[in-house]
Write a protein that binds this ligand. Structure first.
Ligand SMILES: [Zn+2]
Length: 367
């Protein structure tokens, strides 16, 4: 019994030992497996938690993210930042701008409207007008500037100037030959209020006859001396009256005496003063006094909307340089300006052209 019991005991012992081994193996296996999952889980959670922004959405996002950064960022940064930075930096330094005209002022989006005429699609049409000439020296230079910029304008001339001699007649002829329109600004520049109907009529007729004789052009437009338009002037002249919407007050700012004073005040040369004033008038605007009243002259370059009529005088060298600077700026920053003689300008929007008895302020505003 004892041996049986012993052998039984031995068998149990073996079984127990085997069971223990099996259990031990199981425990090892389980622990290995659990270690394996424990190891892989942290790895996963690690990826999710740490890398989720970049790597959990990696496969698709990498491309999606990469495109904007790689293709757009480089192209946008250079184009946007450079145009703004160099232009914005100089402008806030008002001390330097007046003296150094070189820093290019910031181009703005102006008006946004372009010609509705299919022949001028995408173009900004503007009428440049010049009064009180022809004048020896300055008119010639103005014609050179217009030629350089391929701009056509309208010269509102005075009969009294034309009759000053051959040089003046030649300037008028040259303006016409180069494609500019010649308008009538009266004979002697007397204001209509100083004249009877007959005298006013005579002023207009004499000047139109001179223009026709020298250039062959039939006068179609009148600019009233001093801008003193009225129903009476409409009736007596029988012509469309051309006013303006942009007036840089060049007779004040670009006149020699004003420039000399400015140069003296600022201790700079005449040409430096002229450049400084031109930049202020074109790009900054000026607060001044006109007929005893405060008057603000907005920056001309940023007023150049489609359909504008500008008023200049071709009798000041400062005006010549200002027009050159203005047209250069518009070419460099926009490149879609077209400067037309007045009749052509009106014809782009109105098939009938300028009408007698109508006052024009811009392409559409009339009274
Ligand atoms: Zn005038």
């Amino acid at each position: 019994m004892a041996s049986k019991t012993n052998s039984k005991k031995g068998t149990y012992g073996v079984i127990i030992a085997l069971a223990a081994v099996i259990i031990a193996l199981l425990v090892i296996l389980i622990s290995m497996e659990s270690r394996g999952t424990k190891q892989s889980k942290p790895a996963n959670t690690g990826t999710v938690v740490i890398n989720s922004p970049t790597e959990s959405k990696p496969a698709e996002p990498t491309d999606a993210v990469a495109t904007p950064f790689i293709t757009e960022a480089p192209t946008e940064l250079p184009t946007e930042i450079p145009t703004e930075v160099p232009t914005e930096v100089p402008t806030p330094e008002p001390t330097e701008v007046p003296v150094t005209p070189t820093p290019s002022p910031k181009p703005r989006v102006i008006g946004g409207k372009t010609s509705a005429n299919p022949n001028y699609e995408g173009k900004v049409l503007v009428a440049l007008t010049f009064d009180d000439g022809p004048e020896e020296g300055t008119t010639e230079e103005m014609l050179n500037v217009l030629k350089k910029h391929n701009a056509k304008a309208t010269f509102f001339v005075l009969g009294i100037q034309i009759n000053k001699g051959d040089t003046y007649r030649a300037l008028l002829k040259r303006a016409s030959d180069e494609g500019h329109q010649i308008g009538n600004h009266s004979y002697s520049h007397k204001f209509p209020s100083q004249l009877t109907d007959e005298q006013l009529h005579d002023e207009v007729v004499r000047t139109s006859a001179l223009i026709k004789e020298i250039t062959g052009q039939t006068v179609t437009v009148f600019r009233v001396p001093g801008g003193n338009k009225s129903d009476r002037v409409k009736r007596v002249t029988g012509l469309p009256l051309v006013q303006w919407c942009i007036d840089p007050l060049d007779w004040m700012f670009f006149e020699g005496g004003y420039i000399r004073n400015y140069a003296k005040e600022h201790g700079i040369s005449y040409s430096e003063a002229e450049s400084a004033i031109i930049d202020i008038v074109l790009f900054e605007g000026v607060h001044t006094t006109l007929e005893g009243e405060p008057y603000y002259c907005p920056p001309v370059a940023y007023e150049m909307k489609h359909g504008s009529i500008l008023l200049f005088h071709d009798i000041y060298m400062g005006s010549v340089h200002a027009v050159d600077r203005l047209l250069t700026f518009l070419e460099e920053n926009y490149g879609n300006y077209v400067f037309l003689p007045f009749d052509e300008f009106i014809l782009t929007e109105n098939d009938a052209g300028p009408q007698a008895g109508v006052v024009y302020y811009n392409l559409w505003s009339t009274t």
